[in-house]
Structure formats: structure tokens, C-alpha cells
Design a protein around this ligand. Sequence first.
Ligand code: PGA
Length: 246
Amino acid sequence: MKNIIVANWKLNPTTKKEAEELFLAVSNGAKSEAEVVVCPPFIYLSFLTAKTNVKLGGQNCFWEQKGAYTGEISSEMLKDLNCEYVIIGHSERRRYFEESDEIVNKKLKAAIGAGLKTIFCIGETESQRENDETDAIIAQQIIGGLSEISEEEFKNGIIAYEPVWAIGTGNACDTDEAGRMATLIRAVVSKIYNKKFAEDLSILYGGSVNSQNAESYIKNAKMNGLLVGGASLKAQEFVEIIAKSV
Ligand code: PGA
């Protein structure tokens, strides 16, 4: 299984021209054996063409496929625009749009139904970590998010561990701790699905990843890839992260 490096552009860049330039620079520079996925704002998806070395993904999707839901985007629409992946349950969605584990679960089901590979995000806040609630919160998010989703349905699923306090702060998680979290995630998943499935599951780390620390999450924390925000907006930096993540 290849390592998976995901670019989460969030609400960036401001123009179509910049989006096209950034995507082109990444696809020209991505030479490694890693699976590279770019998740731009929805509005740019129809202008960007997935390449053999760079796949497209959505940053979110709605839980229904169509109907009277003003402003929403469905997973089938993403699939139609050649997205192979979708990020679900990012902490910014949980925080600013009040996405609960129940909503995340509905979105995961819809996206799996549309044939997308889901990048299911989990992670504790700073206060949860300070109160020693990290492990319980992680277990709760996994169990809630995967409720009534079978092992067969989640076979292309990916889990991204993104501690909220590490996102966009420059305060990346210590690699030993990230490694401990990967072990914990596999242990929780093995209670839902079988042990082999949990061992083979792709787990990504996200939170202040840059070209300096990328390699250590793959080598030392035994992560199967990275979810990169800020550093994915700088083509050269992101290409360097990809090169170091094989
Ligand atoms: P960051 O964001 O790399 O800017 O910390 C990661 C994410 O939110 O996915």
C-alpha cells in the first residue's frame, strides 16, 4: 500500500488562476511513489484535471445526494467531477459547522455509497488533552463515525489523526505521541472490525506538517501518510513533503 499525501487547501487560493498554477506545479513536481491527493475548494474542481500522479478529493460533502438543500454539494457530484476521495469530519467542520459524530457518520455513509474513498478525520482539542480525555474522545469519534458501517463498506476508508491543537499552529504533535495514537486507533478499529483489517488500515497524521517533520511521521510514528494544510499551498514545500514521504 502506497503512502497517501493529502493536500487540504481549505478556503484557498482566492482565484482560479492561482488554483490552476498551484495544481500544475504540484503535478509537475510530484515524482514519488506516494499517492497524492489534492482537495481544493469545490468551485475549482471542474477546472482541475486529475492526473495519474495527483488525484482529486473534496473537502466535505452533504449526506443526501440531491434535493432541496441550498448551498450543499453531494458525494455523487464529487464523483462526477472525477474526485476519488473526500475528507469527512475535519475539525474545522466540527468546530465552525457543529458537525457531530452522528453527522459525520451520515456523511461517511453517503460518500461510501457514492464510491468515494473517505478520509475520516478525528482528533482531540487542547482542553480535552489537558483533561486526560484524549483516548476516550478518539474512541468515541471512531465508534460514532463508523456506526452501522460494515468492514466491507469501509474497505477503502482512511483515518486521519489530527489533534486540533496542532492544526495551523506550528505546534506539531510529537512523533512518539503520534505513534501511540496510531496504535490506539488500530486497537479501537479492531474492536469494530477484525484485527487484520485494523492492522492494514491507512492512518494519516495531520497538524502543522512541513518538509522538516514529514519524514518522521512516516518513519518513526509509522503513519501511512499525511494530511497537509498550510504547507500544501506552497508548491515547492508540498513537493518536498511528497518526496520525503515514500
Ligand atoms: P495544517 O492543517 O497543516 O495547516 O496544520 C492540517 C489540516 O487541517 O488538515
